[in-house]
Write a protein of this length. Sequence first.
Length: 95
Amino acid sequence: MSINRKELEEIATLAQLNIPESQVNEITISLNQVVAMIEHINEADTAAVKPMAHPNDAVQLVRYDEVTDGSHKDELLALATQADDDHYLVPKVID
């Protein structure tokens, strides 16, 4: 399979691309090289290769959700210019 000028123009129209006339031949050649590479890859015998969901077939390790770092609420609230026991206090912005 090779891509000709007409097909390139149709692809460009569908992709809403404006290809300058000076680059049409260069892009056609590049696309044909990509298609040739894909055809070469498709020639590989994959009959004995089993399909898989993920290339690593890794198993997700599950761990318990445990708090490892305590609360720093008091320290953080102390940094605010205005705060009550549990909240940062900010000036009213919207009526």
